[in-house]
Ligand binder design. Structure first.
Ligand SMILES: *Cc1c(COP(=O)(O)O)cnc(C)c1O
Length: 338
């Protein structure tokens, strides 16, 4: 049992079977039929012109930023967003793109007033502001479409583009009952991950206008992401879109159950348990030492959790309700030893 992340899922036997039967070719020559079909499918799904298969969400976001901004241009981004904090500074290192970070609000948004203050006037002192980069879901939280509509009108007033890191867009879909195209509508470009809740082993897609995706394709080659018979991976994603999309709601239901059960166990304790945020529950523990001994205790019982004071528990394809029952029984047992 591994509750650290939804990236830990194992490809199912049926998924592996679909992979063995994939029609493949050399994708750098544009000859992989399974990749071509997947890119078309995902572009249509998100209501955009074109899509590009990428090796990871980090690569997809990187190509996304590189294709919007040139050297010396700037993107405005949340301090805690993945495209700034968790991608090793790739946009700055490889693209000379300047990040202008802003603190993320409790609801996962960036203050529009602060964004407006940070947009640079045309002056040789300043980098050229080009792009607003957002995230949905952020730390499991769904960001409201109302907010994105307002951000869009601000972006348009200033001639800026908008990129969405939609690593967990499928979780936002399940939570809001909106379509992928509705969620993607305020954005020029979107990155979606297929190796998280969808349960494919590898791959993300970048979607956007055709000329933008053509630029991203060149960047992908440059950073070594041009893959050959990659259709074997696209087949896994195709399978996931057909068979794992509907069940995302199960992960959210499981997270709800987990949050409610832990909240019950933790009343009158020094432990705070968040409500479920899509497929995540956050548990605030009294100290790092407490977190580390909880991790050791769970490890002895063959359960993997992180060791942070603010512990993130993530539900996914390989976590059943029965697993969570066992986890909460052990959690209660651990509390008694403290
Ligand atoms: C996981 C994740 C990504 C992409 O990560 P990779 O591991 O490179 O696929 C991007 N953004 C967010 C918010 C994520 O959680």
């Amino acid at each position: 049992m591994d509750l650290r992340s939804d990236t830990v899922t194992q490809p199912t036997l049926a998924m592996r079977d679909a992979m063995t039967r994939a029609d493949v070719g050399d994708d750098v020559y544009g000859e992989d039929a399974t990749i071509n079909a997947l890119e078309q499918r995902v572009a249509r799904w998100l209501g955009k012109e074109d899509a590009l298969f990428c090796s990871s969400g980090t690569q997809s976001n990187l190509l996304g930023l590189l294709s919007h901004c040139r050297n010396g241009e700037e993107y405005i981004v949340g301090q805690e967003y993945h495209t700034y904090r968790y991608e090793a500074g790739g946009a700055a290192v490889l693209g000379g793109i300047v990040p202008q970070t802003i603190e993320v609000e409790a609801d996962g948004t960036l203050s529009l007033d602060t964004i407006a203050e940070r947009i640079k006037p045309n002056d040789p002192h300043f980098p050229i502001t080009r792009l607003l980069a957002f995230e949905n879901t952020h730390a499991g939280q769904v960001v409201s479409q109302d907010y994105f509509a307002q951000a869009r009108s601000l972006a348009e007033q200033h001639g800026l583009k908008m990129h969405l890191d939609g690593a967990r867009l499928v979780n936002a879909m399940a939570a809001t009952q909106l379509t992928a195209a509705e969620l993607a509508a305020p954005f020029d470009s979107v990155s979606v991950c297929c190796s998280k809740g969808l349960g494919a082993p590898v791959g993300s897609l970048l979607v956007g206008p055709a000329d933008y995706i053509a630029r991203a394709r060149r960047w992908r080659k440059m950073v070594g992401g041009g893959m050959r018979q990659a259709g074997i991976l696209a087949a896994a994603i195709d399978y996931a879109l057909n068979h794992h999309l509907e069940r995302i709601q199960d992960d959210h239901d499981n997270a709800k159950w987990l949050a409610a059960t832990l909240q019950n166990l933790c009343v009158n304790s020094h432990i705070g348990v968040s409500d479920a945020r899509t497929n995540m529950v956050y548990v605030t523990l009294p100290s790092l030492e407490f977190a580390q001994s909880l991790q050791r205790f769970m490890e002895e019982n063959k359960i993997k959790v992180g060791a942070a004071r603010k512990l993130r528990l993530v539900t996914h394809l390989d976590i059943t309700r029965h697993d969570l029952e066992r986890f909460t029984v052990l959690f209660e047992e651990f509390l008694k030893t403290q």
